[in-house]
Design a protein around this ligand. Structure first.
Ligand code: FEO
Ligand code: CA
Ligand code: CA
Length: 638
C-alpha cells in the first residue's frame, strides 16, 4: 500500500493530520499489550491522582519537601479577571487590556517589497524579503535604542499558502520555492509610535534566514563523515534552517532557533523508498509531508543525499544585531525534534540549556557547558563544548540526569550529537508525553516542562521501540490532555545530576470526567484547557502557558473553546485564563518589551482548516501574526 493510500482513508488531506500522526502512519508502532498491566496500576491510583495529587503532587512530596504550599488563603499573583473559554474568531483579553497586530505573514521588511497580495499569496521574490509564515518562538532584543524582533517561521499550511490553486497544492517550482522561503526565521527592527508597534521597513537589521541561508556546523558533529554531502565534502557548512519551533535566548544577547519536525521535508524516489534505521528513528521516509522541496532541490532527496537529514534537527544560534553574521548550528545540544532551548546560568557560572524532544515517547535533555559564562567574556565555546544529559524520572519524585558519553552509551561524541535519540534510548531515559517548551523560574532553581499529550501512552512504544508505561510524570494512558512537570535540581544547582520533581498541573476536563482525566485539583470548569505547549516566565514569576490542542469544543474537549493562554502561579498552583485565540489557531511564542508594558504573543495558523478570517476580518485570508497586548492604564503587564 502506498503511503498516500495509508493516509487517505484516515484523513482527506495530510494538512488535517498532526505531525505526530503522520509519523505514526508512515512508521507504524506496534500495539504493546504488555503495557496494559502498568496502565491498570496507574489508573487504580486514580483517587490518589485526583484527590491527593492536588496542586501538582505537594502531598506526594511530603510537607517538608513540597514545592507547593496550599492554595487556600494564598494571595493571588494575578491582577486580571479570568476570560471565559470561547470559540470566537478573534482575540479575547481581560477587561482593561487591549491588543493590536504588529506583523503578519507576508508583511514587507523592505520598502521596495509590495504589500502582501491575497490573490497570489506572494512570489518567491517577495516572500524572501517579507515576514515568514506560521510564527512561533520569538524574542525581542534591545540595544542602543533599537528594538530587534526575532521570530521563528515554523511551517506553512498548504491549504492557505497554495489555496489560490484549485487543489491547494503547489502548481509550479515557484510555488514550492515560495513555500520554502516562508520557513526559517525573520529578524526585523520594530518601533513603537503613538502606542503602536510597527516594523521599521528597510532597517539594516532586517533579514530573512531561510532554508537556503549559509550556516556553520559547530560542535562534536562538525566534519564527521555522517555530516558530509556532495555539496559540502567538509561537513562544516550547511544551508538553512526550517521547522523552527520554540526558541531560546542567551545571556550574551543571541537568539536560539530550534529545529523541530525537520524530517517532513525529505523524500525519496518513491513513497516506499527504504531509508536507514537511523533515519527512520527520526521519522525520515520516502514521502515528505506535502512541501515538495525535493522536486526543486536535490538536498532533500534522501536517495541522492542520504546525509543531508543528519545536518538538521539542531539548535541554531543567531546574532540579531548583525544581519551579515553566519548562523551557527550547535550540534553539542543534540539532534532531535527540538522544541525550545531554555538557557540558565548555573550558580557555578556554567551554561545549562534545557530542551525537549517533541514526539510521543521521546526524551527531555539538558546541556551543561564546559566553560563558565563571564559577562563580556568569550562566549564562542559555551554552546560547542559541554556534556549532554537525558532525564530519568523515578516514581518516588526523584530523578537523575544521565550523561550521554562514550562511557555511558558506548558512542563517540559526534555520534551522540547526531544520533542523540539512540544514545538516550541506550541510557534508559524516561519516555515522555511529548516534551514541549521548558521554562526556568526567574529567581528560583525550578524548571517547568509542558508535556502536551500522548495518545500512545501505555499503548505503543516510541519510534525506537522504548516502552511507554503510564507512570511517574506521564501517569495517564491515552493522554489527550497533557500535563506540566517541574523539577528542582539538588542544592539549587542546575548542573547537579539529581533532582526532585512533581506535577504542577494535570490538564483535564472535569465537565466530562470524574477520574484522572478530570485533571488535578487546580483545574476546574472555569480554567480548563488541553495540550499545554508554550511556556515562559515573566520577571514577576508568573508562568505563562500557551496551548496547541483540540479546539472542537466537543466531547472530551467540551467547554474548552479555542486555543488559549493562561497564567500559572508556581507558589499556589492557581491557573487563570488570560487570553483566547481566534478559530483554529495555536497560541505560541511570547516576549515583552524592555519596559514590560507590552506583551507580544504569537497567533499561529488561524483558520488552518479554512474557518477563520483573522486578523483582518471580512472575507480576508487568515494570516499568522504577532500581536501586542497592553494595559489600558499603561502599566506594566504581569
Ligand atoms: Fe512546534 Fe512541538 O510544537
Ligand atoms: Ca510548540
Ligand atoms: Ca505545536
Amino acid at each position: 500500500m502506498t503511503l498516500d493510500a495509508k493516509i487517505q482513508p484516515a484523513c482527506e488531506n495530510i494538512d488535517d493530520i498532526t505531525f505526530d500522526d503522520i509519523d505514526d502512519i508512515i512508521n507504524p508502532r506496534p500495539d504493546e499489550n504488555d503495557f496494559d498491566q502498568v496502565v491498570e496500576n496507574a489508573l487504580s491510583r486514580r483517587g490518589f491522582m485526583s484527590g491527593v495529587l492536588v496542586l501538582g503532587g505537594a502531598a506526594m512530596l511530603g510537607a517538608s519537601s513540597a514545592l507547593t504550599p496550599s492554595i487556600a488563603n494564598a494571595a493571588t499573583l494575578f491582577d486580571f479577571e479570568q476570560v471565559l473559554a470561547n470559540s470566537l474568531d478573534t482575540i479575547t483579553v481581560p477587561k482593561g487590556y487591549t491588543w493590536d497586530v504588529v506583523a503578519k505573514w507576508g508583511d514587507p521588511l523592505f520598502s521596495d517589497v509590495p504589500e502582501f497580495d491575497e490573490a497570489t499569496r506572494g512570489t518567491p521574490e517577495t516572500q524572501a524579503r517579507a515576514v515568514g509564515d506560521n510564527n512561533d518562538g520569538m524574542d525581542l532584543f534591545e540595544k542602543d535604542g533599537k528594538s530587534v524582533y526575532v521570530v521563528n517561521n515554523e511551517y506553512v499550511n498548504r491549504k492557505i499558502i497554495w489555496g489560490n490553486n484549485p487543489d491547494g497544492k503547489p502548481a509550479s517550482d515557484a510555488d514550492i520555492l515560495k513555500g520554502k522561503l516562508a520557513h526559517g526565521v525573520t529578524v526585523m527592527e520594530v518601533a513603537e509610535t503613538d502606542g503602536k508597534w510597527m516594523i521599521v521597513k528597510g532597517s539594516p537589521f532586517n533579514r530573512r534566514i531561510t532554508p537556503d541561508t549559509e550556516m556553520d556546523i559547530t560542535g562534536p558533529a562538525a566534519a564527521h563523515d555522517l555530516m558530509k554531502t556532495l555539496a559540502d565534502p567538509t561537513g562544516t557548512k550547511t544551508l538553512g534552517t526550517w521547522n523552527n519551533c520554540g526558541n531560546g535566548r542567551t545571556p550574551w544577547g543571541t537568539y536560539l532557533a530550534c529545529e523541530e519536525n525537520f524530517n517532513g521535508y525529505f523524500s525519496g524516489p518513491s513513497d516506499d523508498y527504504e531509508v536507514t534505521s537511523e533515519l527512520k528513528r527520526y521519522g525520515v521516509s520516502g514521502r515528505d509531508w506535502g512541501y515538495s522541496w525535493a522536486k526543486i532541490d536535490d538536498r532533500f532527496d534522501v536517495s541522492k543525499n542520504p546525509n543531508e537529514p543528519n545536518r538538521a534537527g539542531y539548535v541554531v544560534e543567531i546574532d540579531p544585531f548583525d544581519a551579515s553574521s553566519t548562523p551557527q548550528k550547535r550540534t553539542a545540544l543534540g539532534r532531535f525534534k527540538h522544541e525550545n532551548a531554555e538557557v540558565v546560568v548555573a550558580k557555578n557560572g556554567k551554561i545549562v540549556v534545557y530542551m525537549g524532544d517533541d514526539e510521543r515517547g521521546e526524551f527531555l535533555y539538558k546541556f551543561v557547558s564546559d566553560g563558565t559564562y563571564v559577562e563580556g567574556g568569550d562566549t564562542s565555546k559555551l554552546l560547542t563544548d559541554g556534556t549532554l544529559y537525558v532525564a530519568k524520572f523515578e516514581a518516588d519524585q526523584k530523578g537523575q540526569w544521565i550523561s550521554l558519553t562514550k562511557e555511558t552509551v558506548g558512542m563517540e561524541a559526534a555520534e551522540i550529537a547526531i544520533h542523540t535519540r539512540q544514545a538516550a534510548s541506550k541510557a534508559g531515559a524516561t519516555t515522555m508525553d511529548r516534551p514541549e517548551w521548558v521554562a526556568a523560574h526567574p529567581t528560583k532553581a525550578e524548571v517547568y516542562c509542558a508535556l502536551t499529550n500522548n495518545k500512545n501512552r501505555g499503548k505503543k512504544p516510541n519510534a525506537g521501540g522504548d516502552a511507554t508505561p503510564a507512570a511517574g510524570p506521564n501517569p495517564r494512558a491515552k493522554n489527550n490532555y497533557g500535563q506540566i512537570v517541574r523539577w528542582r535540581p539538588e542544592d539549587d544547582d542546575h548542573t547537579a545530576t539529581s533532582f526532585e520533581w512533581d506535577l504542577f498541573v494535570l490538564a483535564g476536563n472535569p465537565k466530562v470526567h470524574s477520574d484522572a482525566y478530570a485533571g488535578s485539583e487546580n483545574i476546574n470548569e472555569g480554567n480548563m484547557f488541553n495540550s499545554p505547549d508554550g511556556l515562559s516566565f515573566d520577571d514577576k514569576g508568573i508562568l505563562w502557558i500557551q496551548t496547541d490542542g483540540k479546539y472542537t469544543n466537543e466531547g472530551d474537549f467540551a467547554g474548552q473553546g479555542n486555543n488559549q493562554m493562561l497564567a500559572g502561579d508556581p507558589a499556589t498552583g492557581e491557573i487563570r485564563r488570560f487570553l483566547v485565540g481566534p478559530n483554529e489557531c495555536e497560541v505560541t511564542g511570547m516576549t515583552f518589551s524592555g519596559d514590560r508594558k507590552t506583551m507580544f504573543v504569537g497567533i499561529q495558523h488561524p483558520g488552518e482548516k479554512g474557518n477563520s478570517h483573522f486578523p483582518d476580518g471580512g472575507k480576508s485570508l487568515p494570516r499568522s501574526c504577532i500581536i501586542a497586548i497592553k494595559r489600558e492604564d499603561g502599566a506594566v503587564i504581569g
